[in-house]
Design a binder for this molecule. Structure first.
Ligand code: TK8
Length: 339
C-alpha cells in the first residue's frame, strides 16, 4: 500500500516535472560533473582533510551531482604543472601555494616577503578583504579562477646539520625553497644556499642529502614526515604562507550560474573548515615532532630583529623589480587590519 502510494507520487511528480521546471525560476540548472582536484600533500594532512571536506560540500550542495575526486601527493603533478593543466583545461581544480603562482601573476610574490603578518587574524583580514580579492581577480585573464585562500601557515626551518639559534648558523646550509625569487633572495641574504625545488621532490632531496634543510609550517613537517630525515627544527615564523584554491577558467566558464554559486559557496565553507582544522592541528604539531625526536628551539626576539634588519633590502629589491605599488597596497591593508 505504502509502495503503491510512493509509486503514484512518483508518477505525479514525473508528470508535473516539466511544468515545474518551466515555471519555477529556482529550478537549479545543475549537471553531473566529474571534478579532478589535485594537491601536493598527503591525504592525512590538513590539506587532505580540507579537500575531503570540500568534496563533501560540493556533493551536498549539488544534490550529489558534483563528484569531486581528490588526488594527493602531487599525483597529478607538482603545483606548477597543475596550474598549467588547469589553464589548458586538462584538470578542473587544485590547491597549492600562492608562492608558485609568480610565473603567472607576478604580484603574488608580495605574500612571500618576510615578517609581513604578525598573526593569523591579520592574514585572514587581508586575504579575505579587497586586497586578497584583487589578486584572485588578476588570475582571470590568465586562465585561472582563484576561489579562496586556505591557510598553509607560518613557516619554520628544519635542517640536518645543526640547531639554528642565530643567523650565522644558517651559513652554508643548502636549503630547499619554493620556486619563487623572493624566497631565493631572502635565504641567500640569511647566508644559506637557497635551492629552488618542487615540493614533490623534497623528501627524497632531504633523504639523499641533496639539500640539508627546508622550511614549512609545522603541520607539513609532521604530515610529510620530514622528522624522519631532519634533526633540527627552528621556530622562526619567517613568512605566513597562504594556499590558494584554483579552478580552471575554461571549465568554470562552462558552468551555469547555479553551478558557479555552488562552487563558490562550497569553497567558502571549505575555507572556514580548513583554517580552524589547520590551527588546531598546528597547536599539536610541536609536541608531536618532539616526540619523534626532533630537537626544537625558538628564535629569540633579538635574533628575529636581526633577521628583519638583514632582509630589509629584500623589500627594496622587490619594489625596484616592479613590486612598489603592490607592496604599498599590502602594507596599507595590513595597517588597516591592525587598527
Ligand atoms: C604543496 C606545497 C607546500 C608548500 C611548499 O604542494 O612547497 O613548501 O608549502 O604546501 O604547496
Amino acid at each position: 500500500m505504502f509502495r503503491k502510494l510512493l509509486l503514484a507520487t512518483g508518477i505525479a511528480a514525473a508528470l508535473l516535472a516539466p511544468v515545474v521546471a518551466a515555471t519555477s525560476a529556482s529550478a537549479q540548472e545543475v549537471k553531473t560533473r566529474i571534478i579532478r582536484f589535485g594537491y601536493g600533500l598527503s591525504e592525512s594532512s590538513n590539506q587532505g582533510r580540507a579537500v575531503k571536506y570540500f568534496a563533501e560540500e560540493l556533493s551536498k550542495r549539488s544534490g550529489g551531482k558534483f563528484k569531486m575526486k581528490g588526488f594527493g601527493d602531487a599525483s597529478l603533478g607538482n603545483d606548477i604543472q597543475m596550474q598549467n593543466a588547469l589553464i589548458g583545461g586538462a584538470q578542473e581544480m587544485m590547491v597549492g601555494s600562492t608562492a608558485t603562482l609568480v610565473g603567472i601573476v607576478k604580484d603574488f610574490g608580495v605574500y612571500d616577503l618576510p615578517f609581513l603578518f604578525n598573526n593569523e587574524k591579520e592574514a585572514d583580514a587581508v586575504l579575505d578583504g579587497p586586497f586578497g580579492e584583487k589578486l584572485l581577480k588578476a588570475l582571470n585573464d590568465k586562465g585561472l579562477v582563484g576561489l579562496v585562500y586556505w591557510e598553509n601557515g607560518f613557516r619554520n626551518l628544519t635542517n640536518s646539520k645543526r640547531p639554528i639559534t642565530k643567523l650565522e648558523d644558517m651559513g652554508g646550509i643548502k636549503l630547499r625553497v619554493m620556486q619563487n625569487p623572493v624566497y631565493i633572495d631572502m635565504f641567500n641574504r640569511f647566508g644559506a644556499n637557497a635551492v629552488p625545488l618542487a615540493f614533490s621532490e623534497l623528501f627524497t632531496a632531504l633523504e639523499t642529502g641533496t639539500v640539508d634543510g627546508q622550511e614549512n609550517p609545522v603541520t607539513t613537517i609532521q604530515s610529510s614526515k620530514f622528522y624522519e630525515v631532519q634533526k633540527y627544527l627552528t621556530i622562526s615564523r619567517h613568512v605566513y604562507s597562504p594556499w590558494i584554491v584554483l579552478a580552471s577558467k575554461r571549465w568554470y566558464d562552462g558552468l551555469s550560474a547555479d553551478e558557479k554559486k555552488i562552487v563558490h559557496e562550497a569553497a567558502a565553507a571549505s575555507r572556514e573548515f580548513e583554517r580552524k582544522d589547520s590551527r588546531e592541528a598546528s597547536a599539536q604539531s610541536v609536541a608531536y615532532l618532539k616526540e619523534k625526536g626532533m630537537q626544537i628551539n625558538e628564535l629569540s626576539p633579538a635574533e628575529l630583529d636581526r633577521m628583519r634588519e638583514m632582509v630589509k633590502p629584500a623589500f627594496d629589491k622587490y619594489a625596484a623589480d616592479g613590486g612598489a605599488e603592490i607592496l604599498k597596497e599590502i602594507q596599507a591593508a595590513i595597517a588597516a587590519a591592525r587598527k
